[in-house]
Design a protein around this ligand. Structure first.
Ligand code: B1M
Length: 214
């Protein structure tokens, strides 16, 4: 029975049906299904399916955004209970678009995917300077810093953050993941970041690899 409702949550999420997802999550809670199961075998599973389809170009940005909205509608019911239950997030990721850059669609997708995969995500927004990345990593005890850039003129700001992390002595305590259309693996290597992800679904794989949570 519980498996059936979990499958329905996952299926409706992939279809982007927010009201149904919310209703089904409430039904599962009423039936006494474990919240970790609702999260992992319902919501996160559905978001994972969408992520894989997005990677294969079987769905596009609008479908992912709609699925993420459905995920959030279920999460509204789960979040307060998660805090009570003491279930730990996979890790904390502070994610932002670098200084001088206002593009946030890709960064938002990365945040949604990470959240969907069980991360506690601190969305720093756009035009984030190096010091803000550093202090938010310290304040939130982040496992991962995620930087996004869409402009060839702003991708260089990523190096400033890496330098600032070193100067503040926290570089060894946090993994740095970078992404955005003008980037590639060799740029990531060149600036000394820990991981590069080509798309939002891969960002989850890269973050998991970086913190050893596969
Ligand atoms: Co801008 N823009 N834009 N723009 N814009 C581009 C990026 C551009 C390629 C367009 C072009 O000329 N063909 C060009 C950059 C050229 C270059 O640098 N080589 C450009 C330019 C020049 C500019 C302005 C300078 C234009 C001007 O004013 N003269 C200006 C700059 C403003 C600024 O940032 N300071 C500007 C402004 C804008 C808008 C405000 C109008 C708007 C942004 C709205 C918003 O984001 N809220 C905008 C848009 C929409 C675009 C395009 C059309 C689309 C970008 C987008 O959202 N893509 C873009 C052209 C294009 O790409 N076709 C363009 C969809 C998104 C899902 O993809 O962001 O790549 P993307 O994210 C992907 C991956 O890259 C990856 O995962 C995502 C999902 O798969 N990813 C990560 C991204 N971040 C990641 C982080 C990770 C991991 C993966 O880990 C942390």
């Amino acid at each position: 029975m519980s498996e059936e409702v979990l499958d329905q949550i996952s299926e409706n999420l992939t279809q982007g049906r927010a009201p149904q997802v919310k209703e089904l999550v409430q039904k599962a809670l009423d039936e006494g299904v474990d919240i970790e199961q609702i999260l992992n075998n319902g919501l996160v599973k559905g978001m994972g399916i969408i992520g894989e389809k997005f990677k294969r170009n079987e769905v596009y940005v609008p479908e992912v955004l709609i699925a993420a909205r459905a995920m959030n509608s279920g999460m509204e019911l789960i979040k307060p209970k998660l805090a009570e239950s003491g279930i730990e997030a996979k890790g904390t990721a502070c994610v932002g678009t670098v200084k001088g850059d206002l593009h946030d669609i890709g960064k938002n997708l990365v945040c949604m995917m990470l959240e969907g995969a069980g991360y506690n995500v601190v969305d720093l927004g756009v035009n984030v300077d190096a010091q803000t990345f550093v202090s938010s990593a310290q304040d939130h005890d982040a496992d991962v810093i995620g930087m996004s850039a869409l402009l060839t003129t702003t991708m260089t700001a990523m190096k400033d953050t890496l330098d600032a992390l070193k100067e503040s002595g926290v570089r060894d305590q946090v993994k740095v993941m970078v992404g955005g259309a003008p980037l590639n693996q060799s740029f990531c290597d060149e600036i000394g970041a820990d991981g590069y992800a080509a798309d939002a679904a891969s960002a989850v794989d890269v973050a998991n690899d970086l913190i050893g949570k596969n």
